[in-house]
Design a protein around this ligand. Structure first.
Ligand code: MN
Length: 357
């Protein structure tokens, strides 16, 4: 692990310790001290891989200016036999549900090529899962450039390769997933009855908001707002009225949405001009059709807020390996001041139910 990630791990570990200590004082037996963390069994859902081929073709985003940090990330993305397993063991992660890192297939310009590469990479992942079926599971990469082919590939990945759902890295070719062209795809998703992980991807354009501020145009801010906005496009498009059994997974503690539920309802009522029935309010749609993961947000305040806003059945542990440190993620959830029953749900119970593991 690079010195950068080590330094960050120490800083966050210290913060997590202080937070856990504070919670202990408030809620007594509910909290655990970080010094004596007991590992709860975990399933992690936003854990990424890549292949030498995808990397050579330029479909691996680079979210850091540091060559050494990126080299460590690249090494870990392509490793299935050593670092990944060691890290999982250290964090108490039994099963990692693996997905192609961003932008992956969403970054391919040519539709035919996207269809071909998606098949190849899904077959490759199936091979890795077959070698370690008790440690790895898979989310399909999908060629959304060709929605009909994406539906076919999803069905193949679920029924033939045994994958648990799909992970899509944001927009594809400027089209967000509420676009009409994707309706037949969503119909197939509902029929097959698997969740879709809506993960950040590259923006299709260059908003003036980010001009001259490249640090905003990536995971620091742009990916969060793009993913949160993408989710809201699905909410407001009526997609869930048409397909009431769809389930979407959002990472990064819900891409800010749990924090905004009240305001979304209040301002949408204003825009419509009258109060909407409860079940049609944005908050109700989000709570009905979305679950969120803790990936990349190992912060006690947002966790407890998210559990309160979304419900304890709708928050799932994840890391965002190898962009985040699995041990920091595990120390955070294992020492969070939540009951052990809720901890078990967040760490593995909800994932087992939603992914049918
Ligand atoms: Mn990720």
């Amino acid at each position: 692990m690079s010195s950068f990630l080590n330094a960050r791990r120490r800083a966050i570990g210290r913060r997590g310790f202080l937070a856990a200590g504070g919670a202990l004082g408030l809620s007594g037996a509910l909290g655990r001290s970080a010094g004596a963390v007991t590992r709860t069994r975990k399933i992690a859902l936003e854990e990424h891989f890549s292949t030498a081929d995808l990397e050579k073709r330029g479909y691996v985003a680079r979210p850091t200016q540091s060559d050494s940090v990126f080299a460590d990330i690249e090494r870990r993305l392509q490793d299935f036999d050593q670092l990944r397993l060691e890290t999982m063991d250290e964090a108490g992660i039994d099963v990692s549900v693996l997905s192609v890192t961003t932008p992956g297939i969403q970054g391919v310009a040519d539709a035919k090529m996207a269809v071909e590469l998606a098949r190849q990479v899904n077959d490759f992942l199936a091979g890795q899962i077959q070698r370690r079926p008790r440690r790895y599971a898979g989310f399909a990469a999908l060629p959304m450039q060709d929605p009909a082919a994406a539906a076919v590939e999803l069905e193949r990945a679920i029924r033939q390769l045994g994958f648990k759902g799909a992970l899509i890295n944001g927009q594809t070719g400027g089209h967000y997933l509420d676009d009409q062209r994707f309706l037949p795809f969503w119909e197939r998703v509902q029929d097959i009855d698997v969740p879709v992980y809506l993960h950040p991807g590259e923006l299709p354009d260059h908003p003036a908001l980010f001009a001259g501020r490249p640090e905003l145009n990536g995971p620091v801010w742009a990916w969060t707002t793009d993913s949160g906005g993408h989710a809201l496009r699905l909410v407001f498009s009526g997609l869930f009225k048409r397909f009431p059994r769809l389930k979407i997974i959002l990472g990064h503690m819900g891409e800010t949405l749990p924090y905004l539920l009240w305001r979304l309802d209040s301002r949408f009522d204003l825009q419509v001009g009258h109060a909407l029935p409860l079940e049609e309010q944005p908050s109700a749609i989000i709570k009905r059709h979305f679950v969120i993961t803790t990936s990349g947000v190992f912060d006690p305040g947002p966790l407890s807020y998210a559990i309160g806003a979304m419900g304890e059945d709708s928050v799932l542990f994840s890391v965002d390996y190898p962009y985040e440190d699995s041990k920091v993620a595990a120390d955070f959830i294992d020492s969070a001041s939540i009951s052990d029953a809720v901890r078990a749900q967040v760490c593995h119970g909800n994932a087992s139910r939603i992914l049918r593991l």
